[in-house]
Design a protein around this ligand. Structure first.
Ligand code: FMN
Length: 399
């Protein structure tokens, strides 16, 4: 089903519903807006009709299209999101009241329900509201916690609607989660590392982190718990993912090892620097003191160490090569006991580093291989996660 329902209630943060619609539409999901009657005090239904391309529904007894719309629509949607949700709608749903379209629809819908509360802090923290939320959570309704910050009433506190990105990301997870990823921890590394010469100078590489960030987002949507270990990049991390920020290859090594025992999968898509300076100065080196040559040493090989310590984890490596890419990658896979290697030919200008697109070969230890022709990094990450899911189901690996 490619349709979701978005319930919109009379909170001052109602304008953020427009962004929520746009973000779902970007994911090829049609959005049917359902407004409470009081929400129309803030925004006319025509606004949401124009944005969503579907007539926004308000009244129960006023359906021009289909006579029992609340039941018909309930069978058509894969998710009900209520954002923003007032204290009032939460109370109504918690007690099973069905006195308007949205509350009646909630009882009719069998798909997952996601609620994003938005209200003044006192209203949110009121024991009655908290009891209502708990009751709904116990019934399986998922909540996006509101954020802290300045509220429309001029006060500072918790109760501000979560960001549209966070709401949509969690909504997508509810639609797209797959049993094979449930309760699995997937660790993804991304971006470059920086190896310091002194506090202001460093050795690094051109990795943008885009591939790793897409992989983390995709793994989260499929239902995994995700830790993204990221070198310094300019990207916004996907909502719902735990982010560990690191700078050097040694930081990255320690962060990966911290999660390795609990991890089911480690995807090393970071471009970890192969070298570092043998000596790094604590103070900025003065121009006149700059040595004519600097010594480099190899950084620890994280993948090799993970291969050695492996106890059932699926280990996925990336190889960025400029020649004989597949042959070199196979060697790397064998040496480091990888279960899958993703090979990038970075000599091609329009893919790989910094680009939004990628073309990769996937190689497995049993000799199997598959080309993912040039497409977006988003699509590549979907294919890789599909293969990882299949590997879990078949449990074929290099253990
Ligand atoms: C200007 C204004 C802003 C409001 N903002 C909120 C809000 O953010 N959260 C909330 O729970 N109620 C808010 N209310 C109160 C609700 O509109 C009120 O409880 C209403 O009965 C809820 O109806 P509904 O849930 O059917 O939309 C606001 C009221 C006004 C007048």
């Amino acid at each position: 089903m490619n349709k979701i329902a978005l319930g919109v209630t009379s909170s001052i943060s109602i304008y953020k519903a427009a962004d929520i619609i746009r973000l779902f539409q970007k994911e090829d999901l049609a959005v049917q807006v359902i407004m409470t009657e009081r929400a129309t005090n803030f925004i006319q239904p025509e606004f949401f009709t124009a944005l969503s391309g579907q007539p926004a529904v308000v009244r129960l007894f006023d359906q021009k299209q289909r006579p029992i719309e609340h039941i018909t629509l309930a069978s058509e949607v894969s998710l009900l999101v209520i954002a923003p949700a007032t204290a009032n709608i939460i109370a109504k749903l918690a007690s099973g009241l069905a006195d308007d379209f949205l509350s009646t629809f909630y009882l009719a819908v069998k798909s997952p329900v996601l609620i994003a509360p938005a209200m003044n802090e006192a209203m949110f923290l009121h024991p009655q509201t908290q009891a209502n939320i708990k009751k709904l959570k116990d019934l399986g309704v998922v909540f996006v916690e509101p954020e802290s910050g300045y509220l429309a009433c001029g006060q500072k506190g918790s109760g501000r609607l979560a960001s549209p990105e966070k709401i949509v990301q969690l909504g997508l997870r509810l639609i797209r989660q797959q049993p094979v990823f449930k309760d699995k921890l997937i660790v993804v590394t991304a971006g470059p590392t920086r190896e310091a010469l002194d506090p202001v100078r460093f050795l690094s590489n051109r990795s943008s982190g885009k591939m790793g960030y897409e992989l983390a987002r995709e793994a989260y949507e499929r239902g995994a718990e995700v830790v993204l270990i990221s070198g310094p990049v300019e990207l916004r991390p996907p909502a719902g993912v735990k982010v560990e920020r690191v700078i050097s290859s040694e930081d990255m090594r320690q962060a990966v090892l911290k999660y390795y025992d609990q991890a089911s999968v480690v995807i090393m898509s970071a471009a970890v620097s192969d070298f570092r300076f043998s000596q790094a100065g604590r103070e900025k080196i003065k121009k006149e003191n700059l040595p004519s040559a600097v010594r480099l040493e190899k950084t620890p090989d994280i993948l090799e160490e993970l291969g050695r310590l492996k106890r059932g984890q699926l280990l996925v490596g990336f190889a960025a090569e400029t020649s004989e890419a597949k042959a070199r990658a196979r060697e790397k896979m064998e040496k480091k006991k990888l279960d899958l290697i993703v090979v990038n030919d970075v000599s091609q200008q329009d893919i790989g580093f910094e680009s939004d697109d990628n073309e990769v070969w996937l190689l497995w230890p049993d000799g199997r291989e598959r080309l993912i022709s040039k497409t977006t990094k988003r699509k590549v990450s979907q294919e890789i996660l599909t293969e990882i899911g299949a590997m879990f189901n078949g449990r074929k690996g290099n253990n």
